[in-house]
Design a protein around this ligand. Structure first.
Ligand SMILES: [Zn+2]
Ligand SMILES: [Zn+2]
Ligand SMILES: [Zn+2]
Length: 879
């Protein structure tokens, strides 16, 4: 020990002696033995040869170690053995009945000096000395002595304790006794310390008094150590290849971070655990594999674990530059290592490769910047992987393939160049509670008959879709949150399947769920919302059972179905979209059953361009642009739906579309019930159309639908109106209790009418004319009752003006007035827009607000789909 160390120790003692625990101080202060000293040293030695001798060693006795420590000291300063013996006869000075021994030398020596003397002793001597009396025992327990010895022997800055799981972990000392306890744990270790081993061989006498085995190599220590023995490897670089076939603990004793324990090998695996190694331990070392060109075929770089052994590899740094194989290679039935808190980085191969029925637990590791996958699992291997961080890989995070299994919980997988998890060819892992994010492609990629369960993960901010499912794969994606993707949420394509259930899918840049190319997943009970695109997009012959989902607040359509797709949507709530609810176009088909579709900015359902869905028993309400809109050749069968409280019309049929509507209830529309125009067709059978604010069924502009056996009643305007060269077949309809007439036909219109029952309509238009009231007083300017349409050229009116029969008589008497036709119009005279103050309507106001009437009449009277909607629809089709 150097003199500076001694000084430091002493100074530290003085400091401690003032603040040390009361317990220790009590011990140090006790100046009287409880029993008289026996001078029979032989019997004393025997007596103290017991386990409890530290507790019972209350008497002073002469120490056999004294000759040894006096070797190192100036003999004049230390009492010799005989003189010290006198001291041992000291007795209780307070007892007046006993004789005071005045020359008790050791009593006279202050604790501080004794402690300094002890600091020259080795562990064996301290233990022996501690057996002599309480005072010395207390001094010999002192933490600074054992810390000094500990750092001398084990060269570590922290204590090392063995947990109940057999793991050697570094810890901050809890108290003064921690150092001694840790010393005891490691005491019988074999030490790998090349310089000391060499010196000891050259000069063995220098090392007397300390029974420590020093070895030049780890291999040599491995040969020497017994089963369950401990090998302490001191700082340095060891070029060795270790094959461990008996249970041992190999502990790296790095002096500091800058002075690590490195075991490296160029030609093959650095450490192999083979049969017989049982529950070995390897910890606190750095393993490096830096192969030259020839050895690149090796399969494992740093650690290999084969059949029937379960080593613990703890707190190691692993790095392999081999361009093939894996940094950690675990294979074979019964291979079940525990890899914990390891750091695997910068490897040119796979991080951890587990295969051929191997198992094991892999937790709290960090795996980063690996050229191939962070983890490979194949061929019935089934690891448990918890709380690992797998990130910044140059390939996928986890690759589980060829019947690979395993349980993956709480891992953080991010910034990998390819997917976070790739599952392939019959692999079937369980992935729970992981964070999978910022992947430079997708989050989870299942292909080639992959299976797997993905439960309660957070999958977000990936460059491609959060989850990809393709080529017959059939995973379970359940209760995950999938969000902020730069593309879609879940993407099922190429005959993918899967159960997608209970997920919260939101704020993705493309569709929440996309189903393509003959894929057929089950999509159930998900919340799909706030997407920057559509909710669910089914195209290119996509299928799928989509039920019990809540689809809302998406930027484009809630559900799009196109290009030969035939999904079944059942019992979903599709609402509050910024465009359409469900959008069928370009041959979209499928079944839409028992859904609630409401509060969309455009229509609830749109059917377009050859689409032919079956739409049954849905409730469709709150569309700002109609309940159902069929156009551009849209088809479809609509049965038993309830369509109500929509703006514009309950159902629009236009531009060559030809749907069939049966047994629907179309009611309480904010405007008309059904509106057929611009060459619309369609068959309406057995529908109830009632309580709509405007016309029950309006047929306009060359449209020719078939209306059979419908009941049209309680409307706020006419029952049926036909205008603008339209026609159709009207058979056996019952039309009653509408505000205007039952069936109103404009000039030139010739529908086929047969067996319609028209009764009890209120005929308010006729009544107005009969009582010489202006028609405007009946209709206002929001409704277009059918009547004779006149124009007054005297008043300089243009084609846009229509005036009613009453105003011809009452306001334009003597003017040049001519009959134009019978059609749907409100009276511009009454509205105050004709330039003449209507004498029949008080308070009218010369406005120009209604001058567009003629154009509106020509287009069918009710407002067309907005230009914005047309543009948006075009955009949808392009995308
Ligand atoms: Zn009028
Ligand atoms: Zn006039
Ligand atoms: Zn008038």
């Amino acid at each position: 020990m150097s003199s500076s160390k001694r000084t430091r120790l002493c100074t530290e003692y003085y400091r401690k002696s003032k603040t040390c625990s009361s317990n220790l101080r009590g011990c140090l202060k006790r100046d009287r033995p409880r029993r008289k000293c026996s001078t029979d040293h032989t019997s004393m030695d025997k007596k103290y040869n017991r386990v409890e001798r530290e507790e019972v060693g209350e008497n002073y006795r002469t120490c056999s170690i004294l000759p040894r420590f006096t070797r190192n000291l100036d003999k004049t300063q230390i009492p010799n053995r005989k003189r010290l013996c006198k001291l041992t006869s000291s007795v209780n000075q307070r007892s007046s009945s006993q004789k005071v021994v005045s020359n008790c030398y050791i009593k006279a020596v202050p604790d501080e000096v004794l402690l300094q003397i002890c600091s020259y002793l080795q562990e064996g001597d301290l233990c022996s000395m501690a057996q002599t009396c309480n005072r010395l025992s207390a001094i010999c327990q002192d933490g600074c002595l054992w810390r000094s010895l500990y750092s001398q022997v084990f060269e570590m800055a922290n204590i090392m304790i063995k947990t109940s799981e057999g793991v050697y972990v570094k810890q901050e000392p809890e108290n003064d006794l921690s150092w001694k306890r840790s010393f005891r744990t490691l005491y019988h270790a074999h030490h790998v310390h090349p310089t000391t081993a060499k010196q000891k061989k050259l000069n063995p006498l220098q090392y007397t008094g300390r029974k420590i085995n020093y070895h030049e190599t780890i291999k040599e220590a491995l040969d020497a150590v017994q089963d369950d023995g401990v090998i302490i490897v001191h700082s340095g670089v060891y070029d060795e290849q270790l094959s461990i076939s008996k249970p041992v603990a190999i502990i790296g004793a790095a002096k500091s971070k800058d002075d690590p324990v490195v075991i490296q090998c160029d030609s093959s695996t650095v450490v192999s655990f083979i049969a017989g190694s049982g529950s070995s331990f390897l910890g606190h070392v750095t393993l490096k594999n830096c192969p030259n060109g020839e050895s690149e075929v090796i399969r494992s770089g740093c650690v290999e674990v084969v059949d029937d052994c379960g080593p613990t590899i703890y707190n190691c740094k692993l790095n392999s530059l081999a361009s093939a194989g894996a940094t950690v290679y675990v294979h074979g039935r019964g291979a079940r290592p525990i890899l914990s808190k390891c750091f695997i980085s910068d490897s040119e191969n796979v991080g951890i490769f587990i295969t051929d029925d191997a198992q094991g637990t892999y937790e709290d590791c960090e795996i980063t910047n690996i050229k191939l996958a962070g983890v490979w699992v194949r061929n019935h291997a089934s690891p448990i992987m918890r709380r690992n961080k797998v990130h910044h890989g140059r390939d996928v995070g986890f690759f589980i393939f060829d019947y690979g299994l395993g349980y993956y919980e709480g891992n953080d997988v991010y910034n990998n160049r390819i997917a976070g998890f790739e599952i392939r060819s019959h692999a079937n892992p369980t992935v729970v509670g992981c964070k999978i994010h910022h992947g430079m492609t997708g989050g989870i990629y299942c292909h080639d008959d992959a299976r797997g369960e993905f439960l309660e993960n957070k999958i977000y901010s990936n460059t491609y879709a959060g989850v990809w499912i393709t080529s017959q794969s059939n995973p379970t994606i359940k209760n995950n949150e999938i969000y902020d993707g730069q593309q879609g949420g879940v993407y099922v394509f190429g005959e993918g399947k899967g159960l997608i259930e209970g997920n919260n899918i939101h704020d993705n840049a493309l569709a929440g769920i996309q189903i393509r190319t003959k894929s057929n997943p089950i999509v159930r009970c998900n919340r799909i919302h706030s997407g920057l695109h559509g909710g669910i997009y089914v195209h290119e012959e996509g299928m799928g059972l989509i039920e019990d989902n809540e689809i809302n607040n998406n930027t484009l359509a809630g559900v799009w179905i196109t290009t030969g797709s035939t999904p079944t949507l059942r019992n979903n709530r599709i609402h509050s979209g910024k465009q359409v609810g469900v959008y069928f176009y370009d041959g979209g088909c499928g079944i839409l059953e028992e859904n609630e579709i409401f509060n969309h900015k455009y229509s609830g359902i749109q059917i377009r361009s050859g689409s032919n869905p079956c739409i049954r028993r849905n409730k469709i309400w709150g569309g700002q642009n109609g309940g159902v809109l069929a156009y551009n050749g849209g088809l479809g069968l609509l049965e038993e739906n309830e369509i109500f409280d929509n703006a514009m019309a309950g159902v629009w049929i236009k531009t060559e579309s030809n749907p069939v509507l049966r047994r629907n209830k179309i009611h309480d529309g904010r405007e008309g019930g059904v509106c057929v125009f611009n060459h619309g067709k369609g068959v309406l059978e057995n529908n109830d159309i009632f309580r709509n604010a405007l016309t029950g069924v309006l047929i306009s502009t060359a449209s020719f639908p078939v209306l059979k056996s419908n009941r049209i009643f309680d409307g706020g305007a006419a029952g049926i109106e036909i205008t603008n060269s339209a026609g159709g077949v009207l058979e056996e309809n019952e039309i009653f209790n509408n505000r205007f007439d039952g069936i109103c036909l404009a000039t030139g219109v010739e529908p086929k009418l047969s067996n319609n029952k028209v009764h009890g309509n209120r005929r308010e238009v006729e009544q107005a004319i009969e009582s010489c009231r202006c028609l405007y007083q009946v209709s206002g300017n929001t409704c277009y009752p059918m009547h004779d349409f006149y124009r007054c050229t005297t008043c300089g009116t243009s084609d846009g003006y229509a005036i009613c029969v009453s105003c011809v008589k009452g306001c334009h008497e003597g003017h040049d007035v001519k009959f134009v036709r019978r059609d749907r119009f409100f009276c511009d005279c009454g509205a105050g827009s004709s330039g003449v103050l209507c004498k029949l309507v008080s308070g009218n106001c010369w406005s120009v607000a209604s001058r567009t009437q003629a154009a509106r009449v020509a287009s069918g009277g009710q407002t067309e789909t907005s230009a914005q909607e047309v543009r948006d629809n075009q955009a949808l089709c392009v995308s």
